[in-house]
Ligand binder design. Structure first.
Ligand SMILES: *Cc1c(COP(=O)(O)O)cnc(C)c1O
Length: 398
């Protein structure tokens, strides 16, 4: 099957076929795992040909591996990007991308509702190299525009965000960025290439933690950055120095996960919406945050910009810290743990995990109340997830 033919096919088809030849090494059906750190040259002529066109073959593991190349091509296809680099984690993708873009004296703008470690990297580590960072409140587009200076290199935001699933208006972001000639970066992890297409809004670079939905089985860490070829080339080059390579076997697991990714996300979209509705109608629940619920503050833009709400549902239970703990302790199927996008439903209690080092006052200021939960709806039957939650609420009430 030609690449052209594949490109006209649907997401599920491309998740299985894109980016690799139809007939593979030794007629293997599955993508071979090239478990090698180096590649050899037949003779001196072979070396000479390689130096003329380095893209033609592989040389050394840190500079590329065939399994990795297929993952990059497949992800680029799914996101509708010209090019992609795959990394050993989502954070490796974010930090390598940012480092490749900034120079001493530059300024960047990031929204406050970003991933904790991304914020820490921008706020603390970049500062050491003389890169200034302004953190603006998510959703305040005037503050965002006001923060842009002469030396602003890019605006970085997540959409949707964690844990409140706030949705960034990508068209508006692009408009503001164009007016001031700055680049735009979106961490689209929570949306996936199925639910949101930032590049189609003119966003310059998109990052994903492939640890989540793309690999989808809670068994590996991986990351990716996607965009135009000329923007990806310097990132790929820095990647070769930074060395945050994905291991070939891990890359195979990523490719295996990607095959069912559209199927999984569609099911999770449906299931999570049902769970969100159940929670919203539950007498023991105070508030639910889910972008596809009419009650969400960004429902309108979410509906315009996204084709599904994803698997993360955040909610506030009625009661206090003790009832929250009783609720957690009564869950029998849903695991207590971070992450999302995998087969297993997971729940986190941000007050005691992500914000354990904050005082109660500091947490409450950020809205992280004692009874806040972030549920990652897995692939179990929706009714079983709801039944487990119901049991938790009953026990919490005692
Ligand atoms: C998990 C996550 C990351 C970090 O990815 P890792 O694969 O854990 O390094 C970054 N951004 C978002 C939105 C995430 O959910």
């Amino acid at each position: 099957m030609s690449e052209e033919k594949k490109n006209s096919m649907g997401m599920s088809t491309r998740s299985i076929h894109a980016g690799e030849p139809h007939v593979k090494y030794a007629d293997s059906l599955m993508t071979p795992i090239f478990q090698t750190s180096t590649f050899t040259f037949k003779d001196s002529k072979d070396i000479q040909e390689f130096t003329k066109d380095k893209k033609k073959r592989f040389e050394y593991g840190r500079y590329g591996n065939p399994t990795e190349l297929i993952a990059q091509k497949r992800l680029a296809d799914l996101e509708g990007a010209e090019d992609c680099v795959v990394f050993s984690s989502g954070m490796m993708a974010i930090t390598t991308t940012i480092l490749s873009l900034v120079r001493t004296g530059d300024h960047i703008v990031i929204t406050d509702d970003s991933y904790k470690k991304t914020l820490e990297f921008c706020r603390s580590y970049l500062k050491r190299f003389g890169i200034e960072c302004t953190i603006v409140p998510f959703g305040d587009y005037d503050a965002l525009e006001g923060a842009i200076k002469e030396n602003t290199r890019f605006i970085f935001s997540e959409s949707p965000t964690n844990p409140y699933l706030n949705v960034f208006d990508l068209a508006l972001l692009k408009k503001i960025a164009d007016k001031h000639h700055v680049m735009t970066l979106i961490d689209s992890t929570i949306a996936t290439p199925i639910n949101q297409r930032p590049l189609e809004y003119g966003i310059d670079l998109v990052t994903h933690s492939a640890t989540k939905y793309l690999s989808g089985h809670n068994d590996i860490l991986a990351g990716a950055v996607l965009g135009r070829e000329e923007l990806i080339a310097p990132i790929r080059n820095l990647h070769k120095s930074m060395g945050g390579l994905i291991d070939p076997h891990c890359c195979y697991l990523l490719l295996r996960g990607i095959k069912t990714f559209p199927l999984r996300v569609r099911k999770q979209n449906e299931s999570a919406l049902e769970v969100a509705r159940f929670l919203e109608n539950h007498p023991d629940v105070q508030k639910v945050y889910y972008p596809f619920l009419e009650s969400h503050q960004h429902y309108g833009i979410a509906r315009e910009q996204m084709t599904g709400g994803g698997c993360v549902v955040t909610f506030e239970m009625k009661g206090d810290l003790e009832s929250a703990n009783r609720f957690l302790d009564s869950l029998e199927m849903i695991f207590i743990g971070p992450s999302f996008g995998g087969a297993e439903s997971l729940i986190t209690h941000p007050a005691s995990v992500s914000y354990y080092d904050y005082t109660r006052e500091e947490r409450y200021e950020l809205g992280i109340i004692d009874t806040l939960f972030r549920l990652a709806v897995g692939l179990e039957e929706t009714e079983d997830i709801i039944a487990d939650l119901e049991k938790g609420f009953e026990k919490a009430r005692i």
